[in-house]
Design a protein around this ligand. Sequence first.
Ligand code: ATP
Ligand code: ZN
Length: 297
Amino acid sequence: MSRDENRLHLAVQKSGRLSDQSRQLLKDAGLKLLQGGRNELAARAENFPLDLMLVRDDDIPTFVADGVCELGIVGQNVLEEYALGLPEPRIEQVAKLGFGRCSLKIAAPDSLRGFELPMLGGKRIATSYPRLLRRFLETNGLDAEVVAMRGAVELAPRLGIAGFVCDLVSTGATLDANGLAPVADVFDSEAVLVRTMRPIDAAHAEQAQALLTRIDGVIATAESKYIVLNAPEGALPAITHILPGAEAPTVVPLIGRPGHVAVQAVCQESVFWETLERLKAAGASAILVMPIEKMML
Ligand code: ATP
Ligand code: ZN
């Protein structure tokens, strides 16, 4: 499939930790993706003028910066590492996507006791994120030596290459399996939607905006709930105060129950059992919490 100038191009990771959720997000945004073969470099959306470019995550910032892809989905770790190497910004982050969460941490052999940051002074730290690590060291006034490695960073201490590592951690299981323990946080990351800062023509800009609006809707919907409850009118101020992330709830009278109203609201934050208990204590009854399927803000 060759590049079609009339379509929008979105760079996503071909196969790896971000691939499934990137595709799922697009499906939730209503896109029907035609399944490319295993060796395909692109996948077409059937019902939206968009082609996915399936690439290695490390290449996504370059594609977007150069405008080969107007949009991309990439981890902030990869994005920021790339951006730190540029004289001026070429990529803009437009939305946090809520998946691919991990953090870049410095880890030490788990035999090390009583770690403190100054202990890094003069030591070697192996990492695939040399720029992020250097920024951290500078911010903290530390002069450790950064050893850049493409992969297998967690093996560095055992191989005698470095005393410390600086690597991505989500559960910590990989560090643990290699006899390492996290000692300092360098950078917290999640997947983000990015846009090129190269000028794009009006038609592409309009398509991109339409896609962004849908994606914003999907993200907002993921956490949002629709709450309906009954309450005595006098309890309204207390109840609206408790409703998490609800703006301007709808209040309607209840026929046959003077002084009582029904309250309806979209809550844009998680609704926990504890929230319901507090609502009940404030006078609410018949509380319903419903998922929202689609939302356009
Ligand atoms: P590629 O073949 O595309 O270069 P990769 O092996 O470099 O893939 P993955 O391991 O698939 O990359 O990770 C992709 C992204 O997923 C990371 O850059 C990071 O943003 C995110 N991520 C989430 N959790 C983790 C984790 N525990 N370890 C590494 N990356 C994670
Ligand atoms: Zn990679």
